[in-house]
Design a protein around this ligand. Structure first.
Ligand code: PEP
Ligand code: MN
Length: 339
């Protein structure tokens, strides 16, 4: 971190500032220029309050030269992290496809979809049991019964399951869930992030509707600071002025995140586009962009889906998409499934 001190400072103020920085456990390099004095802070500045320093009378400006995320930072962990979900590896050269309905609706629905996506080549099963709906009158999910049905589908197909946690009070129900999803609306629910970080389980962290990539990394940092390094990031589209798609898929998030973090990054082409027809082109574009996987909504009868039918592929469409993905994967030097 660099602090530029105002020209007009008094010696006493300056010394107080230096003492205060040292009290924070940091070293200071002072360089007196002709017109300005610049302080270089050396040490762990992640806990330093940049706004507080900026507000001091003596300070002209403050700039971070190091990112405030340590655990998620590629600088301190140059190798890709490979998250192992019960033997399904995501990250590195491994490319995985998570598929399933938006919501678990009934036993026959989830078992039918699970079998169909497994047959098509999906390597994990998704399905919401607790649903964060905009309207309180919309289907809220089957809750604990939904989790039981997902576990049944897991027993029948062998696919690890991914499902969203909305509240810490439901955590006990997630004991046998393989990947806990933190949805877009909870990306900055910091208490929830801390609690899932204590589980040590793989966490699928979705980007918030109006959050920057740096904020996404800071949320990953909340989970990792609790000792859980198994975080999978997910770009699922952000809010922009565009209305032709449900959200705007920020595909450049993949190279931008890959440069800064070692965590795997997957794309959700379903929630980002909101339209089944757009899922295939954006899935293939995600492979090209270097994503580590996809999470795709698939329903056995999209027209009758209780949630997100318009963006859900049917099993035939999903099968045809996976075939195309499999053709593309070697071209980008990856392996479909485990390496
Ligand atoms: C979901 O995956 O079903 C979901 C609600 O996603 P998001 O949090 O990205 O809206
Ligand atoms: Mn959905």
């Amino acid at each position: 971190m660099i602090i530029v001190v105002k020209n007009s400072h008094e010696e006493k103020q300056f010394n107080n500032l230096i003492d205060w920085i040292k009290e924070l456990g940091l070293d200071v390099h002072i360089s007196h220029g002709q017109n300005t004095t610049v302080l270089g802070l050396v040490g762990d500045t992640s806990k330093v309050d940049i706004d507080l320093i900026s507000s001091l009378d003596i300070v002209d400006k403050v700039q971070r030269v190091q990112e405030p995320y340590k655990n998620a930072n590629r600088k301190f962990h140059p190798e890709d992290t490979i998250v192992d979900v019960n033997g399904v590896k995501i990250g590195g050269l491994n490319f995985q496809v998570i598929a399933g309905p938006c919501s678990v609706e009934s036993e026959s629905q989830i078992i039918e979809v699970a079998k169909a996506v497994k047959e098509a080549g999906a390597t994990m099963l998704r399905g919401g049991a607790f649903k964060p709906r905009t309207s309180p009158y919309a289907f809220q999910g089957l809750k604990d019964t939904g989790i039981e049905l997902l576990l049944k589908a897991k027993r029948e197909t062998g696919l690890p399951i991914v499902t969203e946690l909305l509240s810490v009070s439901h955590l006990d129900l997630f004991a046998d869930v393989d990947v806990i999803q933190i949805g877009a609306r909870n990306m900055q629910n910091f208490e929830l992030l801390k609690e899932v970080g204590k589980t040590g389980k793989p966490i699928l962290l979705k980007r918030g509707l109006a959050n920057t990539l740096q904020e996404l990394l800071m949320s990953a940092e909340y989970i990792m600071a609790e000792g859980d390094s198994e975080v999978i990031l997910c770009e699922r589209g952000i809010r922009t002025f565009e209305t032709m798609t449900r959200n705007t898929l920020d595909l450049s998030a993949v190279p931008a995140l890959k440069e800064r973090t070692h965590l795997p990054i997957i794309i959700d082409p379903s929630h980002s586009t909101g339209t089944a027809k757009y899922v295939e082109p954006m899935s293939l574009a995600s492979v090209g962009a270097g994503a580590d996987g996809l999470i795709i909504e698939v329903h056995n009868d999209p027209k009758r889906a209780l949630c997100d039918g318009a963006q859900s592929l049917n099993p035939e469409q999903f099968t045809s998409l996976v075939e195309k993905i499999k053709k593309m994967i070697p071209i980008v030097g990856r392996t479909f499934g485990n390496e």
